[in-house]
Design a protein around this ligand. Sequence first.
Ligand SMILES: Nc1ncnc2c1ncn2[C@@H]1O[C@H](COP(=O)(O)OP(=O)(O)OP(=O)(O)O)[C@@H](O)[C@H]1O
Ligand SMILES: [Mg+2]
Length: 220
Amino acid sequence: MTTIVMANQKGGVGKTTTAIALASALVNKGYRVLVIDSDPQGNLTAALGINPDTVPGLMDMLCDDAVISDVLIKTFAGDCVPCSILFADADRRLTQPYAFSLLDSKLEEVKEDYDFCLIDAPPSLGILSLNDFNAADYVIVPVNASAFSLQGLSSLFEIIEMVNSRGKHRIDILGILLTRFNPRTRLSQEVLETLDKIAASKGTSVFNTRIRQSVKVEVS
Ligand SMILES: Nc1ncnc2c1ncn2[C@@H]1O[C@H](COP(=O)(O)OP(=O)(O)OP(=O)(O)O)[C@@H](O)[C@H]1O
Ligand SMILES: [Mg+2]
């Protein structure tokens, strides 16, 4: 199983939209896909047609004895581990030693059952994101083409380096995904040029595929 996390602590950059689009594309290609909502906002869960407040999910897995098969729900974008707002206090609940590697341990049990695991990270760099990074092989960093989109990228890269420097686990930056791109605006072009430089300095690149600003997605 190859595990990829969509991460950027900046809100509204397209993490959840990317996770769902990628998961359903992989399912359509015939791959076995697991999707994990690690954001207590529960946007991924809700977008897959699940009411996050009525089902067990990530919190039961990380705080209690539940295993993945206890909480999985089948959806059009693969098998989903839901998350609800009840887990908004994850940073207070998960304080024991090795709390940062709970998700990684739980994923061990299903690594032969899926080809891909996609994780939708929350817009923060707390214990849930740390669990995501420690469970993932790769990170995709969605960045929207706006004036403030570059803020915070350096702390994101620092956390990834910290996870890598611990030695046990290696996570690679698969690439930066430019979202809400409008090739006709100067701003989008400028953001792209700056991102190209930042990506190169981190040994990665901006994906050639850019996600256009789309009215269809915005209103859904
Ligand atoms: N290409 C696009 N064009 C237009 N709107 C988009 C596009 N991609 C995402 N959006 C919209 O932007 C908003 C934020 O997207 P999304 O929820 O995927 O971001 P996020 O990074 O997961 O946000 P959060 O940090 O709150 O979890 C949503 O309303 C979504 O429908
Ligand atoms: Mg989201």
